[in-house]
Write a protein that binds this ligand. Structure first.
Ligand code: NAD
Ligand code: GLY
Length: 353
């Protein structure tokens, strides 16, 4: 098992290994000494698979377990479910000594984290990521949120977890589409990192080296989070592919999964960077090649105007300008800011109609 420590506003450990969920109770006891209750938040795909394994381990450690199960999918990450979860926490008298735990992908983790951050002005929070995407990205770094009809993650806050337990055994049941979504975020880290990680995942499939690759990505994310926890500087680079990606998700009414949308966003950013003369010639083929090799889509399915309109609601913007990340070279990405019409030009250069 690998243990990685993040030193941000909270210091916490990320444990990465196979078959570690049965130790959940003991691991909880090491960090939340006074807790008597756990609100276990999950979704209707994940809970039947792993809920009992986690609950029974928590019970063995003397904790009362309550569960809140969301319908799976992005559309559940909303204010309505957030409110229902808070009501449930009140009704079981969850106290400030108790714990909220997220067992699932990024949807569960983002919503449960926001509830943990805001209930009684903050209770302990443990992430147990069960998707590849959540393992490498959303369970680490403390971004919590729910979506509004106007856009993704429009309500949320920074709230670091107290512990992350990443059991790679859970990835065995991940549908191939979700595996690919996680690969998109890993490709993002590989582009940011430069040569090392990029060639490793080009040569050996991610699924045959989970523990190594998840640990590498978490180490990279740790660096950005420790340097810029609140996302006002270098952490913005982690949004590579995300400004366009979030716009794609919104235009698709969230039928296109996050990771696929991020893949489209990265491919378009690389293509646009090259067309606009700020990326190395040939880089977009390199980026497009690895995206294709993981079975991910690259072409933008919406017009530049539609995407720019959707992107205006992105948190990464100021009132008039849109911020996005363009890779100049592997290991060297730049933050670009453009007004809506300028962004439309970038999108067209990136292949949008
Ligand atoms: P998700 O939580 O919707 O999970 C994807 C699907 O996989 C769901 O249907 C889920 O039920 C299923 N699933 C999960 N684990 C499974 C398992 N082990 N076996 C079988 N099925 C399983 O989506 P996601 O891709 O994990 O996360 C996407 C969300 O994360 C988005 O809302 C995105 O905005 C957010 N996100 C947040 C951050 C952050 O820093 N907080 C970073 C990246 C993404
Ligand atoms: N997913 C981007 C970040 O955590 O900053």
């Amino acid at each position: 098992m690998n243990a990685i420590t993040v030193k941000a506003s909270k210091t916490y450990q990320i444990l990465i290994g196979r078959d570690i969920l049965p130790q959940t109770g003991l691991l909880f006891r090491e960090i939340v000494h006074k807790a008597s209750k756990v609100m276990l938040v999950s979704d209707d795909n994940v809970f039947p698979l792993y809920g009992e394994r986690v609950s029974s381990s928590l019970r063995k450690s003397g904790l009362d377990v309550f569960s809140f199960i969301l319908p799976h999918g992005e559309r559940s990450k909303n204010l309505d479910n957030y409110g229902k979860l808070l009501n449930e926490m009140c009704s079981v008298h969850l106290s400030r000594n108790d714990v909220v735990a997220a067992l699932g992908g990024g949807v569960v983790g983002d919503l449960a984290g926001f509830a943990a951050a805001t209930y009684l002005r903050g209770v302990s929070f443990v992430q147990m990521p069960t998707t590849l995407l959540a393992a490498v990205d959303s369970s680490v770094g403390g971004k919590t949120a729910v979506d509004l009809p106007e856009g993704k993650n429009q309500v949320g806050c920074f709230y670091q977890p107290d512990l992350v337990i990443c059991d790679i055994h859970c990835l065995d049941t991940l549908p191939v589409e979700e595996y690919r979504s996680g690969c998109a975020e890993i490709i993002k880290y590989a582009i940011l990192d430069g040569d090392g990680l990029f060639s490793e995942i080009l040569e050996t499939p991610i699924c045959s080296q989970y523990e190594n690759i998840i640990s590498r990505c978490v180490m990279l994310k740790k660096k950005y989070v420790e340097e810029d926890e609140c996302d006002t500087g270098c952490r913005m680079l982690l949004n590579l592919g995300h400004t366009i990606g979030h716009a794609v998700e919104k235009c698709s009414l969230y039928s296109i999964p996050h990771g696929q949308a991020v893949a489209m966003g990265m491919a378009a950013a690389a293509k646009a960077g090259e067309a606009m003369g700020c990326s190395r010639p040939g880089l977009s083929d390199t980026v497009g090649g690895i995206i294709a090799s993981y079975g991910l889509p690259a072409d933008l399915p919406f017009s530049a105007e539609e995407l720019a309109e959707a992107a205006l609601y992105d948190k990464k913007n100021t009132s008039r300008s849109i911020r996005f990340i363009v890779p100049a070279e592997l290991g060297n990405c730049r933050i670009i800011t453009a007004e809506k019409n300028g962004f439309i030009d970038w999108l067209k250069a990136g292949g949008a109609k």
